[in-house]
Design a binder for this molecule. Structure first.
Ligand SMILES: [Zn+2]
Ligand SMILES: [Zn+2]
Length: 246
């Protein structure tokens, strides 16, 4: 009820007040972002590796990077719209912690084209779940809002937020080695028994806001595969691209 009231209030405020940029509070277009913050965003431009989605330094006829050629990730494809930089970090933080739900259409539009390209069959579209405690604190899962909006606007995929659950909170991944990260995340996700039948053989597209090392998405993909899914791909708003990979 409070939420409905505050949403109605926000709508009313939009009619009488000029828009404020959700990042810097200056005047903004109706997207929620001002021109300067918009310019700070950096798109991940083609050509990218068709598997991991990282920028390729070449345009060979086979668009696959050396590391996917030798040791492919446990995801059929990974796509991201933006480089994770200062601007995209602030934008996503606003979306995540500031209850800036009005950003949902704008942000989902950034990844909509990649989303439809990833939909090879009628996929289940699964947001990466937050742990219960974090969900209670924030009241909404920003990845679920993105996933829901993508299905709604493109007419593709089936929004399936119950397929993956977070079994336990994981410690922060910062400063851990690759091996430690994997161990830290082992068993972090589960597919409820009731969801398994619908998952069998189905393509899954995981949706999240940020990808740093990929450890969380990889673990989610392994859990889905163990539970009988078909190909699992991942779609995120922004990802860390290290200079050696660019
Ligand atoms: Zn701004
Ligand atoms: Zn690759």
């Amino acid at each position: 009820m409070f939420r409905q009231l505050s949403q109605a209030g926000a709508k009313l405020a939009n009619l009488v007040l000029p828009h404020q940029c959700v990042v810097c509070r200056n005047f903004a277009e109706s997207t929620g972002l001002c021109a300067r913050c918009w310019r700070g965003l950096s798109a991940i431009a083609a050509p990218v590796c068709r598997r991991c989605g990282l920028p390729l330094g070449h345009t060979l006829s086979e668009p696959i990077c050396a590391s996917c050629f030798t040791a492919p990730p446990p995801l059929a494809a990974i796509r991201a719209a933006l480089h994770y930089n200062d601007s995209s970090r602030k934008l996503i933080l606003a979306f995540k912690h500031g209850d800036a739900l009005q950003l949902t259409p704008f942000l989902s539009a950034l990844i909509a084209r990649d989303f439809t390209a990833l939909c090879t069959s009628e996929p289940l579209v699964v947001p990466v779940p937050l742990h219960g405690r974090r969900y209670l604190k924030r009241r909404y899962n920003q990845s679920a809002e993105l996933a829901r909006q993508l299905c709604r606007t493109t007419g593709a995929g089936q929004f399936a937020p119950a397929v993956l659950t977070r079994r336990r909170a994981t410690e922060s991944q910062g400063g851990l080695s690759r091996h430690q990260r994997r161990r830290n995340l082992a068993g972090a996700f589960a597919v409820p028994e009731a969801e398994r039948r619908g998952l069998a053989g189905r393509q899954v597209i995981l949706v999240d806001d940020v990808m740093t090392t990929g450890a969380t998405l990889f673990e989610a993909a392994r859990c889905l595969a163990r539970s009988g899914s078909g190909d699992v791909s991942a779609l995120v708003l922004a990802r860390v691209v290290r200079p050696r990979e660019a």
